[in-house]
Design a protein. Structure first.
Length: 124
């Protein structure tokens, strides 16, 4: 089910429409998806915790964004394919995975990321 969420990064409000993940989707995430067809995923948890992820069988890079209960960005990282372990600084109760692709360029451009190294720029 799609869910609208507004995340707060520094003084920016970023509107995102993400697939709200159920229990099964929390285990699968972006694994085996195609880069250009992949959707933004929202993982919600009942309480704040350290949310650790991996990118086995994800064949493209994506951005992991950890959020607190008020949807404020706690941390964000670019996750490369087949990374064993990725974590964040503080506890979070939500995680958003944003595929690095042309479809989500407008959202990714609002975050402090160097998109040119992934073949994305405004002209794409």
């Amino acid at each position: 089910m799609k869910k609208k969420i507004i995340i707060h990064y520094k003084k920016k409000k970023i509107k995102i429409i993400a697939e709200d993940c159920n229990l099964l989707m929390k285990f699968v995430g972006l694994m085996f998806s195609l880069r250009e067809k992949a959707e933004i995923l929202l993982f919600s948890f009942k309480k704040e915790q350290k949310i650790r992820i991996h990118s086995f069988y994800v064949f493209y890079p994506f951005v992991a964004v950890w959020l607190d209960e008020k949807n404020k960005v706690i941390d964000l990282k670019i996750v490369k394919p087949f990374t064993l372990y990725v974590s964040h600084k503080n506890k979070a109760d939500k995680l958003i995975e944003i595929p690095i692709n042309k479809k989500y360029y407008d959202i990714l451009a609002l975050l402090p990321l160097n998109l040119t190294r992934f073949g994305l720029n405004e002209a794409s």
